[in-house]
Structures are given as structure tokens and as C-alpha cells.
Design a protein. Structure first.
Length: 202
């Protein structure tokens, strides 16, 4: 068994290692026992190196070093798109949980608050109809946000940033469904960029 990087999984390694005591007890040759012990030592070394490569989150910006617990209220929605604030907020929270740099908690227990604002949605022509260049067949949709991380209690700003992401809308009979899916896609892309900014500083 291997992990997502093609390396042997820890479960497989532990399973193999657990067999050594029984195998060692059945061996009478000193040379065979020595070889098995060397192999066991190599596996332990592999496990230590493998563990060193696994970590949650990134290397936080220095000005956010003391922030470990984050509260994320619903993003302020400055657009006319209904429920967009909830959509973006859920995408950001999910991405933060996957990243692991910050623990998502309540306002009472948080070290800081991530206040986000959806500034707007831009729509522009991406592809024209093949039979009529004046008619749009696909739109480029851009979702724009800004955000501030404020220290809990004092409200002192610790970090400010902005994030945007694109998606595409096909103009067909199911335009409304297509735009909804495009907004979901843009929200997920935007969340990834926002979390990268506050977790790794780039």
C-alpha cells in the first residue's frame, strides 16, 4: 500500500515491522538474525524520515505567529447575488480546516477574527459564438474579496489582504445553473488563495 505521494503507507510499514519478533524467534542462524535486525533498523529510519515530511499547515507570517485559533463570521456580501456570503464563508472555513494552520473556533475562544467582504462579481466575454462574433457563448466570471484579521478583544488589525478567482459560465438554456456552479468553483479557488496568504504569506 502506498500514500498519495507513492510512498509506502505507515500502516504497511507497521504491519511489516510487527512480523519481525516472530520471524526473529524462528531463526537459528546468527547471520540471518543480524540481517533481519539491520533491515528493521532501516525501516525505523525510513519511518522517522517519512514523519518529518508530514506536517499540518504552512509557515505562518511572523505577524500572525501568535494566532492559533481563528473565528470566521459570514463574509459581508456587497453584491446582489443571494447566499453568496455563506457560499464563500463555507469554502474558506473548509479550506482552513484542510490546511490545518489555524483551528476554527467560536468568537469567544478565538485569538483573532477573519472578517471578509465580497467586493463584487465581474462578468466579461470569454468566447464568442462561432456563427456570430457579436454574441457571447461563454462568460469569464471573476469573484473579488477583501479581508482583515483582527485581534480578538482589542480589534487591532493584524493582517489585511485581498483575493480573487475566475471561473467560466456557458450561456445556454441552463444558464442559471451554470452560473451557480461557476460561483461555487470560483469560491473554492478563492478560498485556496486566501488561506495560502494567511498560512504561508504568499
Amino acid at each position: 500500500m502506498t500514500d498519495s505521494h507513492g510512498r509506502p503507507s505507515f500502516g504497511a510499514v507497521f504491519s511489516l515491522a510487527s512480523q519481525f519478533p516472530d520471524q526473529l524467534s524462528r531463526m537459528t542462524s546468527p547471520r540471518a538474525r543480524k540481517l533481519l535486525l539491520i533491515l528493521a533498523a532501516d525501516i525505523v529510519a525510513f519511518m522517522m524520515v517519512g514523519c518529518a515530511g508530514y506536517q499540518l499547515g504552512g509557515s505562518k507570517p511572523s505577524h500572525l505567529a501568535e494566532v492559533t485559533k481563528l473565528y470566521v463570521p459570514t463574509f459581508e456580501n456587497k453584491t446582489l447575488e443571494p447566499r453568496l456570503g455563506v457560499l464563500v464563508t463555507n469554502a474558506v472555513i473548509k479550506q482552513l480546516q484542510v490546511d490545518g494552520t489555524y483551528e476554527i473556533t467560536t468568537a469567544k475562544d478565538a485569538d483573532a477574527v477573519l472578517d471578509g467582504r465580497i467586493e463584487g462579481i465581474n462578468r466579461s466575454q470569454f468566447r464568442a459564438d462561432r456563427t456570430n462574433v457579436l454574441r457571447t457563448s461563454q462568460l469569464l466570471l471573476t469573484l473579488n474579496t477583501s479581508y482583515t484579521i483582527n485581534k480578538s478583544g482589542s480589534g487591532i488589525p493584524l493582517h489585511e489582504g485581498s483575493a480573487s478567482a475566475n471561473s467560466y459560465v456557458i450561456l445556454d438554456a441552463n444558464f442559471q445553473l451554470s452560473e451557480t456552479q461557476a460561483l461555487e468553483d470560483a469560491a473554492q479557488r478563492l478560498a485556496g488563495r486566501l488561506v495560502t496568504d494567511i498560512s504561508e504569506g504568499w
